[in-house]
Design a protein around this ligand. Structure first.
Ligand SMILES: [Zn+2]
Length: 92
């Protein structure tokens, strides 16, 4: 099974051409979570660079939108049921 990926648009720093890039969701989520740098790549100039704050925010939004889509496609009943399970639920 292929790794789930996120597609997002990025702008080449050399020519400002917009292209669509794709990275594994696990890699993006991890980088955003622990503040690790994200490496971006523009195919037009074969150039690699570190995502700026604005680019990270854009990717974060793409990821959030994707997660909302995934939620909508699943049974909402099950998701609502499993979500509020807290530490104190057993004691009450
Ligand atoms: Zn370019």
């Amino acid at each position: 099974m292929p790794e789930p990926t996120l597609k997002f648009s990025l702008t080449c720093p050399d020519c400002a051409l917009e292209s669509v890039s794709e990275l594994p969701i696990a890699l993006i989520a991890n980088a955003l979570l622990i503040g690790k740098t994200l490496r971006l790549h523009s195919p037009c100039h074969d150039r690699y660079w570190t995502a700026t704050f604005a680019e990270r925010e854009q990717i974060r939004k793409s990821l959030a939108a994707l997660k909302m889509d995934a939620h909508a496609n699943r049974t909402p009943r099950l998701a609502a049921h499993t979500a509020p399970a807290g530490k104190h639920s057993a004691v009450a």
